[in-house]
Ligand binder design. Structure first.
Ligand SMILES: C[S@@+](CC[C@H](N)C(=O)[O-])C[C@H]1O[C@@H](n2cnc3c(N)ncnc32)[C@H](O)[C@@H]1O
Ligand code: SF4
Length: 455
């Protein structure tokens, strides 16, 4: 067992790099006009990846860091669908929606908190506006097992859905009660069966480590039980504790969290457990079976990172639809308005509901490449970066290389003439290893960084 106590100094606020630049850099000077200009300049042969945000949940899971609206009112959902349709109609005026769609993802909130009929209505409308889905498009949906029926499965399957992701988080009773998400194992088991019987190719399960009252022993029990469901993929997220942003997280007694060294041990146990059971670690928080595309993407060096985590489909322009959703092209990010009222108001006046965004400079695009390579593959081909961006890596990243020296000294990273490579322990610290390449982070004093802790 590695002595993790020497690494706990790296437990500091840092981005998860689902984007670079990170969301705090997005600003409101980026307007609808900017976005429309980017849409105009996009090549028609670049595929589209659609993200549809369905924000509602019935009740709060206290750990949740997602953009969620809690409601029990049916009319809110009906109204939201009307606005999604209007947003799609406005989008069609500015974007070539005849482009091929290679990917579509329903996220939330809890997409399946909508009724099967409502989900069907959304899917049909999207397919009307975007008629050219690739025959093997990846269509996925996030599912809270507590809100999922055979009828939901039928509608999703008919809509071409081939991937489902089930939120579980933890199976321990005390943990479940504390996080306000009581979900018996049998509930998860029965929805996984529904998905398997429907012939879903890829089933993912989300777990979180670092939650209140979790211990090494309790989390081991969770993973031993979860593997009996034989998921194709698992996401094992590090709990992002951001109580200044998420009010419900303030309900937790922070003394019940495992300390960073224990969290690293839990992560190490988890990696060992899944790799011993023939899963492969993908990026910093995913595991996949060797038969899964995600695993094969690593072998081919084609793993990409985006807002949903890791994906095999690079080279597509992401279009975010719905309140708070994020879109992304080669040289921009855009985020929709975050509260329902202003979202509806923008749409009522015929505008795309743009809240803020970011136009990437050449330097941003270069750093984005470097950071995403490290986050996905735990390594960086220096020669490839030099050729692709026509730079001298050592000169360009002199400061970053100096900052990485301490990781080299700690023997978690090797820096050679043509390659940077993190070892297994380095992989657990990959957010810290990527941070020196972030041009914006260094302008924020450490005590002012509003990110979750890296460990
Ligand atoms: C939108 S939710 C999933 C769908 C569904 N609402 C559910 O809960 O099952 C996406 C996933 O984000 C993860 N998540 C949410 N809040 C988190 C946090 N604070 N830290 C780490 N992961 C988090 C959870 O694993 C969750 O399953
Ligand atoms: S974890 Fe899922 S169900 Fe729970 S509040 Fe967040 S989005 Fe809703």
């Amino acid at each position: 067992m590695i002595d993790f106590s020497k690494f706990t100094k790296y437990s500091k606020p840092g981005p998860r790099y689902t984007s670079y630049p990170t969301a705090p850099e997005f600003h409101e000077n980026f307007t609808e006009n900017d976005l429309v200009e980017f849409y105009k300049n996009q090549a028609d042969d670049r595929p589209l990846s659609l993200y549809i945000h369905l924000p509602f949940c019935r009740s709060a899971c206290y750990f949740c860091g997602c953009n969620v609206i809690f409601t029990s009112k049916e009319d809110k959902k009906v109204r939201y669908i009307e606005y999604l349709k209007k947003e799609l109609a406005i989008l069609k005026q500015h974007l070539n929606t005849n482009r091929v769609v290679s990917q579509m993802h329903f996220g939330g909130g809890t997409p399946t908190f909508f009724s099967p009929e409502q989900l069907n209505e959304v899917i049909l409308e999207i397919k009307k506006v975007f008629p050219n889905f690739e025959p093997d498009a990846e269509i996925s949906c996030e599912v809270d097992p507590r809100f999922f029926t055979q009828e939901h499965m039928d509608v999703l399957k008919n809509g071409g859905c081939n991937r489902l992701s089930f939120g579980v988080q933890d199976l321990d009773e005390k943990v479940q009660e504390t996080i306000h998400r009581v979900q018996p194992f049998e509930t998860t088991q029965s929805v996984v069966k529904i998905a398997r019987d429907a012939g879903i190719d890829s089933i993912n399960i989300d777990l979180i480590y670092g939650l209140p009252y979790q211990t090494k022993q309790s989390f081991t029990k969770t993973i031993e039980k979860i593997i009996t469901l034989d998921p194709d993929r698992l996401a094992v997220f590090n709990y992002a504790h951001v109580p200044w942003m998420m009010k419900t997280q303030r309900k937790f007694d922070e003394t019940t969290f495992a300390p960073p060294s224990t969290k690293l041990e839990i992560l190490q146990d988890t990696i060992k457990f899944f790799t011993d059971n023939s899963y492969k670690m993908v990026g910093m928080d995913h595991f996949a079976k060797p038969t899964d595309e995600l695993f094969q993407a690593i072998e081919k060096g084609e793993l990409h990172r985006n807002f949903q985590g890791y994906t095999t489909k690079g080279g597509a322009d992401l279009i975010g639809i719905g309140v708070t959703s994020i879109g992304n092209g080669v040289d921009y990010y855009v985020q929709n308005l975050k509260d329902l009222n202003s979202y509806e108001k923008a749409i009522d006046s015929g505008h795309l509901p743009v809240f803020k965004g970011y136009s990437l400079s050449d330097d941003d695009i270069l750093r984005q490449y470097v950071i995403m390579e490290l986050m996905s593959n735990f390594s960086l081909d220096i020669k490839r970066v030099e050729e692709k961006f026509n730079i001298n890596f050592k000169e360009y990243f002199d400061d970053a290389l100096k900052a990485l020296k301490e990781f080299e000294d700690a023997e978690v990273l090797t820096i050679e003439e043509s390659k940077i490579q993190a070892n297994e322990t380095g992989a657990m610290l990959i957010r810290n290893i990527a941070m020196p390449f972030d041009a914006y982070l260094n302008n924020i004093p450490e005590d002012k960084r509003r990110f979750s802790k890296t460990i």
